[in-house]
Ligand binder design. Sequence first.
Ligand code: MTE
Length: 318
Amino acid sequence: MRKKSNLIRPSEITSESNYLNRRDFIRAGAIAGGSLIAPSALSAIVPDSRLATLPGVSKSAYSTDEAPNSFEDISTYNNFYEFGLRKEDPVVNAEDFKPRPWTIEISGHAEKTGTFDFDDFMQPFDLEERIYRMRCVEAWSMVIPWVGISLADVVKHFQPTSKAQYVAFETLNDRAQMPGLRGRSLDWPYREGLTIAEATNPLPILAVGIYGKVIPNQNGAPIRLVVPWKYGFKGIKSIVKIHFSSTRPKTSWNMAAPNEYGFYANVNPGVNHPRWSQARERRIGGSIFASKQETLMFNGYGDEVAHLYKDLNLRRNF
Ligand code: MTE
């Protein structure tokens, strides 16, 4: 049974001024006034309160004009195995999850490394809304109005050295807060990775919001990866570690079933999952009688990313 309390619709959300703490408020004021700091010098502010409005969000030219899914679809139909295996589990089991205090450790082949408090980590970057088509490996899709920071900006900020060929990510591994960690569905912590070329492409973001509000716990609070041309399992949630590696990192689903889930995980209607077709997809939220739509190569983002794979056999490197 779903607890009602976590099913808040955007229209029911109390105004953000009731949520922002004093420090957020002062920083948000600097944005609203606009006189103190030039817009390009603004820092990304993520209020420390559930579903608060994110201030200073600009629109992105990378957004699709397809209709977004409802806030309810996006926040109640989730994959987040740390909070249970069923789609309806995370909204219930992540309700008491605490996305603060939060630190992010940056390690490996980079000039700048260390452990950063979440606010300090976010500070150099700008918040953008990116409305992206998302395609899950389970052959369903959604359109999600994310708010986030450019992963390319983050990577460049920490100045990876020439030895850094990959960027690896890890999720929090806290049994006290994540009941799913007691099960052995995956080898915890959840891990994902990208090549450095993928991570510095303009499309991937680290998302901190949905529909202009702080990201719900079940969607990966306080910060998660979004890579719109790859299957959804690449979008690792609740990130605590970012590592610049010279070798290809181990990734959770590839470790669990290497014949089913590859490192690249590019959306590809021409390469089926061993147990089902990837040619079509069901858009969540539509009528159950609606016919499925065709899946697009690279989820429709080929113009931006196809060049990354021009020398790669995508049937072998799935
Ligand atoms: N990240 C962690 N830590 N644990 C998970 O189980 N599931 C992945 C991905 N990130 C997962 C995760 C899968 S399979 C999908 S499809 C997306 O999260 C779903 O993201 P959403 O629930 O925000 O739509």
